[in-house]
Design a protein around this ligand. Structure first.
Ligand SMILES: NC(=O)c1ccc[n+]([C@@H]2O[C@H](COP(=O)([O-])OP(=O)(O)OC[C@H]3O[C@@H](n4cnc5c(N)ncnc54)[C@H](O)[C@@H]3O)[C@@H](O)[C@H]2O)c1
Length: 340
């Protein structure tokens, strides 16, 4: 049996805690969390106790020096994704890094190059790829049920839901890299793009809006978009429409729609639009629920054990960030932006 991957988790907020639950519930045979790191010592102590982990650090550089650490799980604010990932890779560790991959494609490029140079796994934690519905639909697509997918629409709207309070870093462009687009738009974009086969992006036309600053207390520095809209063209001529918001006068919710030459599909809830014997038919598959975060971190550990590329690769992280960068550039310039 392969050796369990020994993991240190940096950042014990929402994401770090979900990952810890996943390691405990679903990935226990493949991975073992051996160290925790957070700047907040009270939080660190309480999570160490809750999850029974002995080694704790308030400085991740110290954690990287400990013996017997194989991998690092990066769950800290977006501005620290690149530095913590680069430091961990340089120290010879495999890395799983939370979404968004980074604040820009430039940072994601450095991360991918470092992973290649060090010969280590870098996986991005794009958890929506790991829901049982997404996994099932991906298998149907791989089996050819939709034919060639040439159109997609992906939406993630909140009617009201700007992250402030203890999470105020989310609304500071310098720290987060952007607003609703880089926070939740990235989930919607990544899921539909992956289902479409992750074609190489060619150009993006986008717009973004900041219309809800009045909902944010004056003490919070709010300089990001609360909604963003875009159309992405790919080199295979497919197009994808993206809509996302933290605050928009629409019903909140998420949907992914795909259309191909043989069939179509929709998620939330999952539907497959097909045709049998010349008759249009809708399927409503109901895969049993799963532990998304657990399956995600287990996949990370198994990829390391088997020396296989993970499902969400470092190079995909670069392309994802190129698309997000291009939405912001298109808003700034008022033009369609080419991606090279
Ligand atoms: N996949 C998902 O569903 C999901 C959900 C939420 C957040 N995220 C992502 O996870 C990351 C963290 O988000 P969150 O909601 O958990 O944030 P959070 O603010 O709740 O938690 C971040 C934690 O990191 C700690 N931290 C900050 N700087 C640190 C440092 N230098 N060293 C060690 N610890 C440090 C903070 O003390 C805090 O406990 C973000 O990139 C976010 O986009 C992903």
């Amino acid at each position: 049996m392969a050796k369990r991957v020994r993991v240190g988790v940096i950042g014990l907020g929402f994401a770090g805690t979900e990952h810890l639950k996943g390691y405990r519930a679903t990935a226990a045979a493949e991975a073992e969390v051996v160290a925790l790191c957070d700047l907040q010592s009270d939080l660190l102590a309480s999570k160490a106790q809750e999850f029974g982990i002995k080694k704790t650090f308030t400085n991740y550089h110290k954690m990287l020096q400990m013996d017997g650490l194989d991998a690092v799980d990066v769950c800290i604010p977006n501005d620290l994704h690149a530095p913590a990932t680069l430091d961990s890779l340089r120290a010879g560790k495999h890395v799983i890094c939370e979404k968004p991959p980074a604040r820009s494609a430039k940072e994601a490029r450095q991360m991918a190059d470092m992973a290649r140079k060090m010969g280590k796994t870098l996986m991005y934690a794009v958890v929506l790829r790991f829901t049982s519905a997404a996994q099932y639909l991906k298998r149907c697509i791989n089996d050819g049920m939709l034919g060639d997918i040439y159109w997609g629409r992906t939406v993630y709207h909140r009617r009201r839901g700007i992250p402030i309070g203890a999470k105020a870093w989310f609304v500071d462009k310098k720290r987060a890299g952007g607003g609703s687009l880089i926070d939740i738009g990235v989930h919607a974009l990544d899921l539909a793009w992956w289902l479409m086969g992750a074609p190489k992006p060619k150009s993006v036309c986008g717009a973004s809006y900041t219309k809800f600053a009045h909902l944010v207390p004056p003490s919070v520095h709010y300089n990001v978009e609360d909604s963003a809209f875009a159309m992405v063209r790919f080199v295979n001529d497919a197009t994808l429409i993206l809509e996302c918001s933290w605050s928009l006068n629409q019903a909140g919710g998420s949907i992914q729609q795909l259309a191909g030459t043989k069939g179509g599909a929709e998620m939330h809830p999952l539907k497959i639009f097909t045709e049998t014997d010349g008759v249009l038919a809708d399927l409503m598959p109901q895969p049993a629920g799963n532990d998304w975060y657990g399956d995600e971190v287990r996949h990370f550990a198994v990829s390391i054990q088997n020396r296989r590329q993970p499902l969400a690769t470092a190079e995909q992280g670069v392309q994802l960030m190129q698309m997000l960068d291009a939405v912001y550039e298109s808003q700034r310039t008022g033009r369609e932006v080419r991606i090279r």
